[in-house]
Design a protein around this ligand. Structure first.
Ligand code: F6P
Length: 500
């Protein structure tokens, strides 16, 4: 049965009509407990949902919708490694990379490959990995695209200054400038190229890796390039056929989707920059969030509430967009990462059985680090003709930081959330009546997400929170969130064009 025919969906439609004149300013003013009781916690992450276009009646209705979509059953299937990615006939079992599954053989294989990867990272960090001429590796160029780039790049950056001696570069675009910039800073004899590609067929990654190897051979004629190439893939034979030595090929299972792969051997750049202990903390944070998703009661289950809220805005308020504004410069890659996670997962036009959907799915997800974004796109958020719910993501430690600019960062995030929700009502001094062009009407929703600190545990939990939120939305929309057939047409057309 289509989700839109369920009594739960119909009840939400009626509820939405009843909220036609809902105002956030009055809701926040009249219900003093709202700000407190709409705060939720998961793995140390706090989310304040009080500035959303919802009343106390909204939540049970959304939870009933989740039940109608059989969310508990789908969640069980996700964690049990059942083949819920039905168009590709395999599980979407990224949780097994951080929360040991009941299947002992799978847990063992995951653990062994993780140890191999972490051991290699530690050897790099201690100068034990040498190039062909005996010089220790000092520069690592990570070449990958999409899920093989965005997650490792985001986390490596989020965790701040690298603690090890290795200089790390990320290259994804086939535009030569990106690789050229990295190579210009590298000495060939002490450079390792790491090609990260689940399929090991991705044009951009293979062409860039070839170009980097050609640079190496040109600079050091006769060099044994195999000592300068590592690969991370679920297709090890392809990596070896490409020229990687088996001892430098790190693998992960094909049931790990590209956009969910940073927890696997694809996390090598993170471990190189920050060490094995930090990488394990990242997994621990994600695992804590997994446990929350499985165990927390529905009415306090954060990924469930956020996912349901996402559906509420898309299908009942007609929001085709959601902004994510990290108020933490180190999280600046979060919007790009979430664009892939959410839009590649849920940008779907048919349900799991191939039936055309009569309702919208993934909104456009976009964003930019605050406060920078305040001086560009926030105009649209405050006074544009249609509204986009906003996720503010920041860290509690900024609020009480000894560094005044961090306190200002935090205060700015709060001020923006209030301005969106309350508009004029947020200002104490009302002053004279404003001209129409100056009026900020408010009543624009946001969710305020606060990590205790931007550290490995919290970042792990945050990304798992968004993964599960995305999964919840996919279940409510009755789609397969784990394939991405839409991107294939671009690849096929390119082949056709090259052949022509
Ligand atoms: O073309 C889309 C895509 O397949 C993404 O899903 C994936 O993250 C990216 O390309 C890279 O793929 P691979 O890791 O196989 O190189």
């Amino acid at each position: 049965m289509s989700i839109t025919s369920t009594p739960a969906w119909q009840a939400l439609l009626r509820h939405r009509q009843a909220l036609a004149s809902f105002r956030l300013d009055t809701a926040l003013r009249d219900d003093a407990a709202r700000a407190r009781s709409w705060r939720f916690e998961a793995a140390g992450i706090e989310a304040d949902l009080s500035r959303n276009l919802a009343t106390a009646e909204t939540w049970p209705l959304l939870l009933t919708l989740a039940d109608a979509a059989e969310l508990p059953r789908w969640r069980e299937r996700l964690f049990a490694g059942e083949p819920i990615n039905n168009t590709e006939g395999r599980p979407a079992w990224h949780t097994a990379l951080r929360t040991a599954p009941a299947d002992g053989a799978v847990a063992r294989r995951v653990g062994e490959e993780r140890l191999r990867m972490l051991d290699f990272a530690e050897r790099l960090r201690t100068g034990q990995v040498k190039g062909a001429s005996g010089k220790p590796i000092e520069t690592v160029i990570c070449i990958g695209i999409g899920g093989s780039d965005l997650g490792p790049r985001l986390v490596t950056t989020a965790l701040g200054e690298a603690s090890g001696p290795i200089r790390l570069h990320f290259v994804s675009n086939i535009d030569p400038v990106e690789l050229d910039i990295a190579l210009a800073q590298a000495a060939p004899e002490s450079t390792l190229i790491v090609a990260i590609s689940k399929s090991f067929t991705t044009l951009e990654t293979l062409e860039n890796a070839r170009a980097a190897l050609a640079w190496l051979k040109e600079r050091v004629p006769g060099i044994d390039a195999r000592r300068h190439l590592a690969a991370i893939t679920s297709q090890p034979e392809r990596a070896q056929a490409f020229g990687a030595d088996a001892s430098l090929v790190f693998t992960f299972a094909d049931w790990v989707g590209g956009r969910y792969s940073l927890w696997s051997a694809c996390g090598l750049p993170i471990a190189i920059a920050h060490g094995a202990a930090v990488f394990n903390e990242l997994l621990r944070g994600a695992s804590a969030l997994d446990r929350h998703f499985v165990e927390a009661p529905a009415e306090r289950n954060l990924p469930l509430l956020l996912g349901a809220l996402g559906v509420w805005y898309v299908n009942f308020w007609g929001c085709g967009s959601r902004a994510v504004m990290p108020y933490a410069q180190r999280l600046r890659h979060l919007p790009a990462y979430l664009q892939q996670l959410e839009m590649e997962s849920n940008g779907k036009r048919v349900d799991r059985d191939g039936r055309t959907l009569a309702y919208d799915t993934s909104p456009v997800v976009w964003g930019e680090a605050g406060t920078t974004a305040q001086h560009s796109v926030f105009q649209f958020l405050h006074q544009g003709t249609f509204f986009s719910p906003v996720d503010f993501v920041t860290a509690a430690c900024f609020e009480s930081s000894a560094e005044q600019r961090e306190r200002l960062l935090y205060a700015n995030a709060l001020a923006q959330a209030d301005a969106l929700a309350l508009g004029e009502a947020a200002l104490k001094a009302s002053g004279s009546a404003k001209a129409a062009y100056a009026i900020v009407p408010g009543n624009r929703p946001s969710t305020f997400i606060t990590l205790p600190r931007v550290d490995a545990f919290s970042v792990g939990a945050l990304l798992a929170l968004y993964e599960h939120r995305t999964f919840v939305q996919g279940v409510l929309w009755q789609i397969n969130s784990f394939d991405q057939w839409g991107v294939e047409i671009g690849k096929q057309l390119l082949k056709q064009r090259l052949a022509d």
